[in-house]
Ligand binder design. Structure first.
Ligand code: ADP
Ligand code: ZN
Ligand code: MG
Length: 482
């Protein structure tokens, strides 16, 4: 096994979030009643003419720029001809010889923050097909709502070397698509689809081995599993004296295995030719520059900036930038802080990663839907950072802050929750508790120092969680050692 190296290239289709279809003005809305989002153009009636959706070009150029691609000033559409019931026109409009984006790369993060650039061969525009629903009780049903929905196909160079890298490449690609606001990235709903090209070669060999193309994985984890399976299958085949046949294989989720779908011999000949009904797409330098100017900061550079600007650990910034809205929120909270220093930035990060993310995960909502003002989070964090309240009180009052938008300061005043840092009050309680727990004091003296926690807990309980924990600990230690 160790004498072989895998070579992988991925072909990813992403459904774009334009309001209307690629070549007509029908809605792209997901989940509409079958065949309601259709018109003579996307139903392929003879004599109709496609007209290009400008947003499609803008979106793909965004993606091209985000993945360091070169943008072709003049590119054309082609017809890919084949027959299938979900393809009403009998051909798909796509790009063939001159894709609009080419020669790019995307950085993925490996272990220990190491990065690797994966080449992007090309990104081109095309249209989706309709959907054939094979209902065993009725017959095959056809829904053309998806017919003509804009897609981009992102083809990677064969730079990926194992299933983990493939997984990371996909998650990074998805993150970028979502950050750019051009795709939902939802693989289960088919908004993102991935075909994996896999081959193996003996370590040290320069030429690539024969590849197979694996389809039908509906999650990133399945892509990972399918690649691992395929690598193992190919190595075993070669080791057993056989050879890999170039073919298209299906991932069978039930069997957790790949199986032959069609071999190269029976592969389609698409008879590509230039689409005569569409003029070439021209991307002028000014248009390209305008799109570039409007690009958002991408997740990896943003992660690096967070580490530097807020002095938070790479782990924290990684978690925060995972979701653009969370990252925006983090910055909004930091901006609302009175005291802007590394300690406070870290406390905000902790608070978001635990308390806030816990709530949004539990309710399955986005941070925006939570509707919580960042200023209130900043206020709360500062209250426990400066010891006005204990972090336990902060946690206790947080649900009300979230539910009603009440200011934490107001709640604290109303309910008298300010932390007691008054040493005399704490000291009295500590003394009383030590006096009434002589047996535990004995244990402490006999060397069981973990009894300290018991005294701190009892004191805190007596004082309704409002005492400053550091002062309690200091005093308990002092009196136990007297
Ligand atoms: P095809 O002609 O079968 O469409 P392409 O050369 O267009 O093949 O490549 C399709 C995808 O397969 C790309 O992502 C590319 O990186 C990848 N690829 C090409 N050759 C290999 C190989 N020998 N092993 C693994 N992946 C490969
Ligand atoms: Zn239409
Ligand atoms: Mg190809």
């Amino acid at each position: 096994m160790n004498n072989y190296e895998a070579v992988i290239g991925l072909e990813v289709h992403a459904q774009l979030l334009t309001k209307s279809k690629a070549f007509c003005s029908c809605s792209t809305e997901f989940g509409a009643s079958p065949n309601t989002n259709t018109c003579p153009i996307c139903l392929g009636h003879p004599g109709t003419l496609p007209h290009l959706n400008k947003s499609l070009v803008e979106y793909i150029v965004r993606m091209g720029l985000a993945t360091n691609c070169r943008i072709r000033e003049r590119s054309t559409f082609a017809r890919k001809n084949y027959f299938y019931a979900d393809l009403v026109k009998g051909y798909q409009i796509t790009q063939h010889q001159d894709p609009i984006c080419y020669d790019g790369h995307l950085d993925i993060e490996l272990v220990d923050e190491n990065r690797k650039a994966i080449g992007i061969t090309r990104i081109h525009m095309e249209e989706d097909t309709g959907k054939a629903i094979h209902d065993l009780d009725i017959d095959t049903l056809l829904d053309y709502n998806r017919s003509g929905v804009p897609l981009i196909e992102i083809v990677s160079e064969p730079d990926i070397r194992n299933a983990t890298e493939a997984y990371k490449y996909l998650t990074e690609l998805k993150r970028i698509l979502v950050y750019l606001g051009i795709c939902t990235g939802n693989m289960e709903e088919g908004a993102l689809r991935c075909d994996a090209n896999v081959s193996v070669r003996p370590v040290g060999q320069i030429e690539f081995g024969t590849k197979t193309e694996v389809k039908n994985m509906n999650s990133f984890r399945n892509v990972e599993k399918a690649i691992d399976f395929e690598i193992k299958r190919q190595i075993e085949l070669i080791e057993g004296g056989g050879r890999v046949v170039q073919e298209t294989r299906m991932w069978d989720g039930q069997k957790q295995a790949t199986r032959t779908m069609r071999s190269k011999e029976t592969q389609n000949d698409y008879r590509y030719f230039t689409e005569p009904d569409l003029v070439p797409v021209i991307v002028s330098d000014t248009w390209k520059a305008d799109i570039a100017k409007a690009l958002v900061e991408l997740p990896l550079p943003r992660k690096d900036r967070f580490c530097k600007q807020y002095s938070i650990p790479a782990y924290d910034s990684g978690v925060l930038v995972e979701d653009k809205d969370v990252a925006d929120y983090y910055e909004a909270v930091c901006n609302s802080l009175q005291t802007k220093d590394a300690h406070h930035y870290k406390l905000v990060s902790n608070w978001l990663m635990t308390e806030v993310m816990h709530i949004i995960a539990e309710r399955a909502i986005s941070i925006t839907q939570l509707g919580l003002s960042p200023a209130l989070v900043a206020e709360l964090v500062e209250l426990f950072a400066n010891d006005t309240i204990s972090s336990r009180v902060a946690k206790d009052i947080f649900p009300e802050v979230v539910a009603k938008g009440t200011s934490p300061k107001e709640i604290i005043e109303r309910d008298g929750l300010s932390q007691v840092s008054d040493t005399t009050a704490i000291e009295e309680t500590v003394k009383r508790i030590i006096a009434s727990n002589a047996d535990s004091v004995e244990k402490y003296k006999a060397g069981r120092t973990n009894v300290l926690g018991f005294f701190v807990g009892q004191t805190m309980k007596e004082m309704s969680g409002k005492a400053n924990p550091k002062i309690i600990t200091d005093l308990v230690t002092k009196y136990l050692n007297m």
